[in-house]
Ligand binder design. Structure first.
Ligand code: G6P
Length: 604
């Protein structure tokens, strides 16, 4: 996590750095800081908490200089204090860092023995001191970097600034992404192209192990063996309007509302008039097993997809949380495919899982939102989810787009494995085309949900129940609620309730039941009765026939449109998102940047 930016500009860079950090705040917001070189002098400003605190500090203590680096932090080593905030400085060097230096304890001991002292608890300060130490041994900053980088273990992106050097930044990438931006007589460095979007659209991505010496004249790139490397420059299109709130109070509200439009984009991408439109390499003939790996919300999308791959295509499907996947050493089939689902395409655990299966499976597929990401670049096939930039930390439109793409993939598997004839496929595709309209109808429930949220905001614990493909949706609904409202929430398979969680039920615990009127409905209704018999307050989310049949004794009901079974997990995501959003608003929490979280998790 953590966001990095660097600018060698023609004007004072502090305002540019702060603006770029605003676009990187999704990576963490525990503290922020900038450093510049002005008239040869290195200086810095740092503040705890959100970026606005740094901006306020800069009003009172401005920082001049046309060369600078900046950082927004998600704390790993050491609490969110000014001393632990980046940039870290050691004498004539300042550095910003994303990732973890795994051998920092050894390096720290070595530096302490050499007489250096530390001001922070961070792993990053070790890098600053090590650079200072290398510079003291002689040679140029580039020579010192070439000696220093092999000594650092772990995954990191770094950007250095040096006292007395107003036309120099050195940056390095190992495990964490880093983009170099080319301007006219100006150069930039950023954790992603979005951070640099208003300054330049000409981007060079560093590859694994690369480092670069940057001056206003350009970037000299070296690979991990310190040999000169040529890396292509590409023009990146980042649609700036998709990074604005566009009149909404929060990014999350905007992103929930965008779902009909972005789902339509995804459907246009993956459906032709008369069939599916998946990339040429996607042919499931002969594939014997599917492994789906992801974290967080993306993992729940995989969980829903497991039901689809197994029921539609009869394809055995394993799902895994990326952080567990490697360590349980799952048996993999050389005729199997592995699918990595990630909004950002940079989640460290998911990326590590991908690297673990390379050459152990027949094909790797990336289902990602950011198509220039590491996961996209390292997979054999990339399936973009077409959600547009997602800024809110709680994932919403990316989840429903992931589901939509995974559903088209499951239909392709069913077709390739002879499980769907042309007429059946045509019916499924016609169903899928209903999605944007259905999502609009679900969004229209917002005023009713706002009223319910006032009640939910008073709860200390909330349970979500679902059966079949609605079970993972119960997990996702609970995750959404807890991450932004801080109310304790759990998702359970309806049938599992009586094996423990029913002990929690009393009149103070709302139980949200996600149950379209499908083949499993009767069984879920029985589980609802068990809750109500113990004075539990059931909020039933169903369609008109479901509410007519089972709504009478419920505490509250929400009527969703009637929907083909396959689409229910996608549609019911909307009321779950709206409930979380409005409950968080009622509680007054920070919806777009909830405490302790970050949008992109680039540490394991
Ligand atoms: C973080 C985000 C979640 C997201 C998860 C996986 O925890 O807060 O919203 O689901 O990372 O991220 P990815 O980018 O891999 O989908």
């Amino acid at each position: 996590m953590c966001g990095i930016v660097g600018v060698l500009g023609n004007h004072h860079v502090a305002p540019l750095l702060v603006e770029a950090l605003k676009r990187l705040e999704y990576r963490g917001y525990d503290s922020a800081g900038i450093a510049t070189v002005n008239e040869g002098r290195l200086d810095r400003r740092r503040a705890v908490g959100k970026l606005v605190n740094l901006s306020d500090l800069l009003v009172h203590e401005p920082l001049a200089g046309k060369a600078g680096i900046g950082h927004t932090r998600w704390a790993t080593h050491g609490a969110a204090t000014v001393a632990n905030a980046h940039p870290h400085r050691a004498g004539n060097v300042a550095v910003v860092h994303n990732g973890i230096i795994e051998n920092f304890r050894e390096l720290r001991a070595e530096l302490t023995a050499a007489g250096y002292s530390f001001e922070s608890e961070t792993d990053t300060e070790t890098v600053a001191l090590l650079m200072r130490h290398e510079l003291a041994q002689g040679g140029t900053p580039a020579e010192a970097t070439a000696r220093l980088l092999p000594r650092l273990h772990g995954a990191f992106a770094l950007c250095f600034l040096f006292e007395g050097e107003e036309d120099l930044m050195i940056c390095a990438r190992k495990g964490s992404p880093l983009a170099i931006g080319h301007g006219d007589g100006e150069m930039f460095v950023g954790s992603d192209a979005i951070a640099l979007a208003p300054m330049t659209d000409r981007i060079t991505y560093l590859e694994e192990g690369d480092w670069a010496v940057i001056t206003r004249a350009g970037a000299e790139i070296f690979d991990a063996r310190n040999a000169r490397a040529n890396r292509a420059m590409a023009r990146i299109q980042v649609d700036a309007t998709r990074i604005e709130k566009a009149g909404y109070k929060h990014f999350m509200a905007k992103e929930i509302a965008e779902q009909p439009v972005v789902l339509a984009d995804a459907l246009r991408h993956y459906l032709r008039e008369d069939g599916l439109n998946l990339p040429a390499g996607v042919d499931f003939t002969g594939v014997d097993r599917l492994t789906l790996v992801a974290c967080g919300t993306a993992h729940y999308a995989c969980h829903v997809a497991k039901y689809w791959f197994e029921s539609l295509a009869g394809l055995p499907c394993d799902i895994d949380i990326a952080s567990e996947f490697r360590y349980r050493e799952p048996p993999l089939s050389d005729r199997g495919w592995a699918v990595f689902v990630s909004q950002s395409g940079e989640t460290a655990d998911t990326l590590a899982a991908l690297r673990h299966v390379q050459d152990k499976v027949a094909r790797t597929l990336a289902v990602v939102n950011v198509t220039t990401s590491s996961i996209a670049r390292e997979c054999d096939v990339t399936l973009p989810i077409m959600a547009g930039v997602e800024v809110g930390v709680a994932s919403t439109k990316a989840f429903t787009c992931q589901l939509t793409v995974l559903l088209t993939l499951a239909l392709k598997a069913a077709q390739d494995r002879g499980r769907l004839d042309a007429a059946q496929l045509a019916t499924r595709l016609a169903d899928l085309r209903l999605l944007p309209g259905l999502m609009n109808a679900a969004l229209a429930l917002a005023p009713e949900i706002e009223g319910l949220a006032e009640e939910l905001a008073k709860a200390q614990d909330v349970l979500f129940l679902g059966r079949g493909a609605m079970y993972p949706l119960a997990l996702e609904g609970a995750l959404k609620l807890k991450e932004i409202s801080y109310i304790h929430a759990e998702g359970y398979a309806s049938g599992e309730l009586k094996h423990g969680p029913i002990a929690l039920i009393d009149a103070s615990v709302p139980v949200l039941v996600l149950a379209p009127r499908d083949a499993l409905f009767e069984k879920t209704v029985s589980n609802m009765q068990e809750v109500m018999a113990r004075h539990g307050r059931v909020l039933l989310l169903s369609d008109q026939p479901g509410i007519a049949e089972a709504g009478a004794d419920c505490w509250r009901c929400l009527t969703l449109p009637r929907v083909p079974d396959l689409l229910a997990p996608i549609l019911y995501a909307v009321p779950a998102q709206l409930l979380a959003y409005h409950t968080a608003i009622a509680k007054g929490t920070d919806v777009d940047q909830p405490r302790n979280l970050a949008k992109s998790v680039t540490v394991e």
